[in-house]
Ligand binder design. Structure first.
Ligand SMILES: NC(=O)c1ccc[n+]([C@@H]2O[C@H](COP(=O)([O-])OP(=O)(O)OC[C@H]3O[C@@H](n4cnc5c(N)ncnc54)[C@H](O)[C@@H]3O)[C@@H](O)[C@H]2O)c1
Ligand SMILES: CC(C)[C@H](C(=O)O)[C@@H](O)C(=O)O
Ligand SMILES: [Mg+2]
Length: 367
């Protein structure tokens, strides 16, 4: 039996998590395995109850679990707290740092047949899009010290430190090349080596690692060019290897190329294979509480959890196929529809129900 710590968090987090749990129950039933999920408070919701975005009981629950399924944290109510107490820094970065979840994978796929979902022009999106962003997640300017503020008046300064060690770059670069070998054999490494010392080291180390993978096509791009190329010709990419900050930004672009922030899942893994799984998007305060959020990123994150942490690849595939069928058949939340068609949008729970029904009725190998 597998134990999952479920941390739904804030805003749309709890709404989309209900659907992911329904889908997990559907595949567990279909494929005859047992999953025990246990809910824990996290983020702003935990601040309101426990006075802390990452309470001890939540951390202990995560430590005892086989994997963490995470929703999203943060929102205007907690945005003015001291930085170290904010939900994003304390809970999300706290968990990533504590478990050393250095490898963040964000697979963004747009089937040519679904090109109308993309926010790119149809002649560009119709070529399809299939990119795996491999984002280093525990280094860079996110975790570098010192960071803070000092001084007063016009002389007050805010400062962050950007660091990368050779060890950190090497381990993520190897994973990117290995991932490319299982895909389309191309790695694009993203940096800002024309300005940043960290990026100069990044470029040098990635080049050294690339030599060990002679069959993988390899290139460097500066991050500004990478952002431009993604919207100019997204189909040219396979694996995009990114430092923490650039990967954060480029993965949001990838999400929109596939249609919505609400579609992009992620897996964050450490070197022991322990993982936390979460949508790439956030708590979406602008739509929270209305039952209209897209649950697919959360559901696909649960599928990644089944694949990478629970060794249930068939169940993961069944979820991915059911999601594909929802998109194919126009079972779409409002974020995937043009303004004039939003009155036909499905609700969060209608999309979740459709995906569960597809799983229940599918004739699936291994089930
Ligand atoms: N993993 C996380 O917990 C995480 C990730 C990103 C942002 N955040 C936090 O979330 C809060 C809001 O941040 P933001 O507004 O910059 O980014 P966001 O990703 O929450 O929202 C950006 C836009 O995308 C839309 N969107 C996102 N997810 C969606 C979904 N599932 N369905 C439909 N639309 C969706 C939102 O409605 C909004 O218009 C902030 O506090 C931020 O720090 C948390
Ligand atoms: C909320 C924030 C700290 C987080 C990040 O920047 O990593 C988010 O944007 C993400 O993409 O997971
Ligand atoms: Mg982000």
């Amino acid at each position: 039996m597998s134990n999952i710590a479920v941390l739904a968090g804030d805003g749309i987090g709890p709404e989309v998590m209900v659907e992911a749990k329904k889908v997990l129950a559907a595949v567990a039933d279909k494929f005859q395995f047992t999953l025990k999920t246990q809910d824990y408070d996290v983020g702003g919701a935990a601040i309101d109850i426990h006075g802390n975005a990452l309470p001890d009981v939540t951390m202990k629950g995560c430590q005892a679990a086989d994997a963490i399924l995470f929703g999203s944290v943060g929102g205007p109510k907690w945005a003015n707290l001291p930085p170290t107490e904010q939900p994003e820094r304390c809970a999300l970065l706290g968990l990533r740092g504590h478990f050393d979840l250095f490898c963040n994978m964000r697979p963004a796929t747009l089937q040519p047949a679904l090109s109308s979902l993309s926010t790119l022009r149809s002649d560009i999106s119709a070529q399809g899009f299939d990119v795996l962003v491999i984002r280093e997640l525990t280094g860079d300017i996110y975790f570098g010290e010192p960071k803070g503020r000092k001084g007063e008046g016009d002389e007050e300064t805010g400062f962050d430190s950007m660091f990368y060690s050779r060890r950190e770059i090497k381990r993520i670069a190897h994973l990117a090349f290995q991932a490319a070998q299982k895909r389309n054999n191309k790695v694009t490494s993203v940096d800002k080596a024309n300005v940043l010392a960290t990026s100069q080291l990044w470029r040098q180390v990635v080049e050294e690692v690339a030599v060990e993978y002679p069959n993988v096509t390899f290139e460097h791009l500066y991050v500004d060019n990478a952002a431009m190329q993604l919207v100019r010709d997204p189909n040219q990419f396979d694996v995009m290897l990114c430092p923490n900050l650039f990967g954060d930004i480029l993965s949001d672009i990838c999400a929109m190329i596939t249609g919505s922030m609400g579609l992009l899942p992620s897996a964050s893994l450490n070197s022991d294979g322990f993982g936390m799984y979460e949508p790439a998007g956030g708590s979406a305060p602008d739509i929270a509480g209305q039952g209209i959020a897209n649950p697919i990123a959360q559901i696909l994150s649960a599928a990644l959890m089944l694949r990478y942490s629970l060794n249930q690849d068939n169940a993961a595939k069944a979820i991915e196929e059911a999601v594909g069928s929802a998109l194919d058949n126009g079972i779409l939340t409002a974020d995937l529809l043009p303004a004039e068609q939003r009155s036909n949008a499905k609700t969060t729970s209608e999309v979740g129900d459709y995906i569960c029904a597809q799983i229940n009725t599918a004739n699936i190998e291994g089930a």
